[in-house]
Design a protein around this ligand. Structure first.
Ligand code: SF4
Length: 161
């Protein structure tokens, strides 16, 4: 029998716009092709400039080099300046927080995340369908992976990212 997830009755979350998830702490904001298109449109600069100015290559848990947003020297997100500079076009990772697979892996993981987010366990109740739509949104948009890009580019265009 399939396990019933701890969130089957829904989870409460309403962002309080405190910005603590965007500031002061080091972390990755992984970028998909769709996110990159949204950043190009929001920042009105080309793909190369978005990547060079706002992104960095980082090593993920599998050892792959993947694209993430940069951080400022003080660990704030590069796109935070008295608020999110691309809020309406922000990456899927930001849109779907806190309904990430890792945070939903157990009630303990959820409560650990909630200890640093005042919006979790408060406000609007999100049902299981909505929660799982958020998981699906992220998993449907693969993170840009340098090795995969290199092999695609050399196979089809001979150019690198
Ligand atoms: S820490 Fe939570 S409440 Fe604060 S901005 Fe991030 S998601 Fe919203």
């Amino acid at each position: 029998m399939k396990n019933i997830p701890f969130y089957s009755e829904g989870l409460k979350f309403s962002c309080k716009r405190c910005s603590s998830c965007c500031r002061h702490d080091s972390g990755f904001v992984f970028i998909s092709e769709n996110d990159l298109e949204n950043l190009i449109s929001a920042l009105k600069i080309n793909k190369k400039n978005v990547i060079d100015t706002y992104c960095r290559w980082v090593t993920d848990w599998k050892g792959d080099e993947v694209l993430s947003l940069k951080e400022k020297f003080n660990k704030d997100c590069i796109l935070w300046d008295n608020g999110c500079l691309v809020y309406k076009k922000r990456p899927a990772q930001c849109i779907t927080f806190p309904f990430w697979e890792s945070i939903l892996s157990s009630s303990k993981a959820w409560e650990t995340a909630a200890s640093s987010c005042p919006g979790m366990n408060e406000g609007k109740l999100h049902n299981k369908i909505i929660i799982e739509e958020n998981i699906e949104l992220r998993s449907s948009q693969p993170i840009i992976n340098k090795n995969r890009e290199k092999s695609l580019n050399s196979r089809y265009t001979g150019r690198s990212l």
